[in-house]
Ligand binder design. Structure first.
Ligand SMILES: [Zn+2]
Length: 158
């Protein structure tokens, strides 16, 4: 119950969440996430009376309205790109299982640099931490003042 309340609180400030005028329950027509008992969940069985919506995560992905961004750079990145991409994808899989609106919007791969945009700040931070844990290097987390947004910088030169 505590996790549920915390999740609802977190998304309360999200304009994409508040704009959502969905009846409870309802299901996203794009990704299948279900809004049920006041929160978004992956359900094996969609309730028969569920209305249809576009969920906040799909809207953000569609509008490229990110809640977090990661900037990766350095020689280590060019040499270990496959490994780092795996960390990114695995972290997304783990996080979005329990927080269905936390997703990757896009990954822009520019040789020695990479930019990853995410729907919300939580997953961006988790990806940054996972890369830092596995690959060391330098990790900087910045929350621009007054914004519900995060910028994360990771680099390693070798
Ligand atoms: Zn969706």
């Amino acid at each position: 119950m505590a996790r549920r309340n915390k999740l609802i609180q977190e998304y309360n400030h999200d304009p994409y969440f508040q704009k959502e005028k969905c009846t409870d329950p309802c299901v996203c027509e794009h990704c299948g996430v279900v809004f049920h008992d006041g929160m978004f969940e992956w359900l094996a069985k969609v309730p028969a009376n569920a209305g249809k919506i576009s969920c906040p995560a799909c809207k953000r992905i569609n509008n490229k309205y990110e809640g977090g961004v990661l900037y990766l750079e350095g020689d280590f990145l060019s040499k270990h790109k496959k490994e780092i991409l795996n960390i990114i994808k695995n972290t997304e899989k783990i996080e979005s299982k329990y927080r269905p609106l936390e997703r990757i919007i896009e990954i822009v791969d520019k040789a020695s640099k990479m930019e990853i945009k995410t729907t919300y700040e939580h997953i961006a931070r988790r990806i940054g931490e996972a890369i830092h844990r596995a690959c060391k290097g330098e990790l900087t987390v910045k929350y621009p003042e007054g914004e519900k947004y995060v910028r994360i910088y990771w680099s390693r030169n070798e």
